[in-house]
Every structure is written in C-alpha cells, then in structure tokens.
Design a protein around this ligand. Structure first.
Ligand code: MRU
Length: 366
C-alpha cells in the first residue's frame, strides 16, 4: 500500500542481503516512519513480542522469516536444534494470534522430508516468502468478496455514503499488504463507491488512532476517529451501516478473538440490527478449538494503560503518565465475540456464516 505515494509492504527480505529482513517498525507511527532490520531469530521474537510488528497476518509472516533467520544462524550440523529452539521462542512471543503457530508449523512441515541442510535452508526461505506472498494475495481476494457486501449497501442507500465502523487495526499494517478489514474498503474505493470509515481509537495501545487512521489517510479514504465508547451511540443515531473487524484467531465453530472491545461493538451492532462482519484469511482459523473460550487471551503490562505517548509541540515523541502513581491496571488484549453475534466471515474463498457447518463447507479439506 502507499506511504507518501510510495508502495510498501510491511515486511520484506533485503534484496542485497538474504539474511536481513526489513520491517516497518510500527511503534513509531504515525509520527515517524522507521524501517528496522532483523538479522537473528531473537530480533524477530523481540519484534513480535514488543509489537514492532503486530496484527495476525504480519505476526505470521514475521514468524516465517524468523524461522529463516534461525536457520541462517545455525552452525553446520545444528540446523534441527536451531529450528526447534527458534520455533519454541517464536511460539511463545505472543499467545493469541493463530497465524504465528500456523506459520512456524508450515515451515517445519516444509522441511520434514529433507535431510540436506543447505537444501533445508533454501526451502525455509522460499516457504517464508510464500507465506508473505500468500497473505497479501488472500487479503486481496477477501477484499473482492467484501466489496459485494459494501456494493449492496451502497445500492440500498441509493449511492449515498456507506459508513463502516472498524476497531483496532486490521489494515495493511496488520498484514503483509491490503489488510483484512480494510481490503473490502480499499476495493470499494477502487470501485468508485462512496465510503466513510469510523475508526475506534482502540485503547490502550491506540492501534486505531495511530495506525488505522494514518493508513486510511495515506490511501485517501475519508475517515473519522472516534473514542472507543462512541460506537454504540453512532449506531443508535443511524450513522453506521456496517461493522468490519479483523481477528487474531477464529475457531472453526465461528467464535472470534479480536482486540479487546470488539465484543461490545458486536453487542451494540446486534441491538441496532447492523451487520457485523469479520474479515480473515484462512490462516487465522483454528481448526482444533471448538470454542472461543479455549483461546488464550494475552494479558499485557499495566503500564500500557497508565501511560500514554504522543508527539510534543517540539516534535519529539514522549510518554507521559496518565494516572496517579501506583494506579493498578488490568490489561487484557483481546476478547471473544461469540459466533451468534457475527453476521458473516469474509474469507479469501468467499463469505460464510460463522458456524461449524458453513465454515467446513467452504474449507472441506479441513
Ligand atoms: O495487539 P495487536 O495489535 O497485534 O492486535 C491485533 C489487531 O490489530 C487486532 O486485534 C486486529 O483487529 C486483528 S489482527 C488482523
């Protein structure tokens, strides 16, 4: 997608140096655009854990390239041990995003029948690149399917602006390109449909305020930032036509883990008869868990709630204390929206109801 009209992905291997992976370090956005270089598996683990990169698809792609860095750093004869160690570290770096383990497992499966270490290393790099390319392709495809829903709403409104509410950042910054929740929005813009996006600020990390609003502005999509608690009121006022969110993990029964606060948006949408869609590439499905209640919910440090950062008038980015010293804070990062509140899941293969039967009909091989 575009940054100052230049096309970027969120992660890419350096052309001139194979064992160097470049990422956009999202901690500095929207004030500064910083590219970071990852050279070891530990760099990749830190980038995921400390949220230099974040969002389901991008965490998966970083894990794939993290396995490549683990392999590249292995002493001769020690590749298997390095991969095992790298896989364990990466798996532990963030618990909720399904794409992480999915990517690590995909890399391990790709080399399981190969003994030659050099060949294994080649396969691992190719697999990591495939994971990244496929993530972008799947997001683009789900954008085409989501476009049908937005077009129908636009026709129903006689071409008047379609107002879409989104939570957190399931934009291209959360993936390799296009995004999940934003892909239908970009497709609608390209199709000439009049759209406007309500962006939840998404406390405490403020992915909406810092990332979604910024990326939509870069793409020249009309958008307005709102506080996390405003959505219900806007829905009651008829100011929201649909909700589209992303997901970090969705069970094959249709329960959705997404950024904390998503559940409340789904409840408000149901109360106001507003369609609530979840957009995801199939790499985010958990095919083993039968209930959202089994999904591990990440708990992050309380200081993400008690402190806040932003740019000063002098142009430096600073973090300030928001609360009285010693204020205790609880910081769950995700919540579960039960399948019954989800109007539909937008995937790369099409739109499905959020139920075990419908999901398996679309993905019969699972
Ligand atoms: O904690 P994050 O920023 O990694 O959370 C991920 C998210 O951005 C959201 O939960 C998102 O809506 C789903 S990931 C595409």
């Amino acid at each position: 997608m575009n940054i100052n009209k230049t096309r970027y992905r969120t992660i890419w291997p350096a052309r001139e140096e194979k064992n160097c992976i470049r990422i956009i370090d999202q901690r500095h956005l929207p004030h500064n655009f910083v590219i970071e270089e990852l050279r070891t598996v530990d760099d990749a683990v830190a980038a995921i854990r400390d949220m230099h990169v974040r969002g389901a698809g991008l965490i998966g792609a970083t894990a794939g390239f993290g396995m490549h860095l683990a392999a590249a750093g292995a002493e001769p004869g020690r590749l298997d041990a390095a991969l095992k160690d790298g896989a364990e570290k990466l798996d532990r770096s963030r618990p909720t995003a399904r794409n992480l383990k999915w990517a690590v497992d995909r890399v391990l499966t790709a080399v399981q029948d190969t003994a030659d270490e050099e060949k294994q290393k080649r396969i691992i790099f190719e697999t990591a690149c495939e994971i990244a390319d496929e993530d972008a392709a799947f997001c683009k495809a789900l954008g085409r399917h989501g476009l049908d829903i937005i077009r129908e709403l636009s026709e129903k409104k006689g071409g008047k602006t379609v107002n879409i509410l989104t939570h957190c950042n399931a934009g291209w910054l959360a993936f390799v390109d296009y995004g999940s929740a934003t892909a239908p929005i970009y497709a609608a813009r390209d199709a000439g449909i009049d759209i406007h996006v309500w962006v939840d600020e998404t406390r405490p990390w403020n992915q909406g305020a810092k990332l979604t609003a910024w990326e939509l502005q870069q793409e020249e999509i009309p958008c307005t930032l709102i506080t996390d608690n405003a959505g219900g009121h806007l829905m009651q006022q008829g100011m929201v036509d649909m909700v589209i969110v992303g997901t970090d993990r969705t069970t094959h029964t249709g329960d959705v883990a997404n950024k904390i606060g998503t559940y409340l948006k789904a409840l408000a949408a149901r109360d106001n008869e507003i369609p609530f869609y979840v957009a995801l590439p199939s790499s985010t499905f958990d095919w083993e868990m039968d209930s959202g209640q089994e999904i591990p919910i990440e708990e992050r440090a309380g200081d993400e709630v008690t402190a806040i950062s932003g740019m000063t008038e002098g142009g430096t980015v600073e973090t300030v204390q928001l609360t009285a010293p010693g204020t205790k804070a609880l910081n769950y990062s995700f919540d579960i929206t039960p399948a019954r509140l989800v109007t539909g899941l937008i995937t790369e293969r099409g739109i499905t109801a959020a139920s075990r039967e419908a999901i398996h009909r679309l993905f019969p091989e699972k």
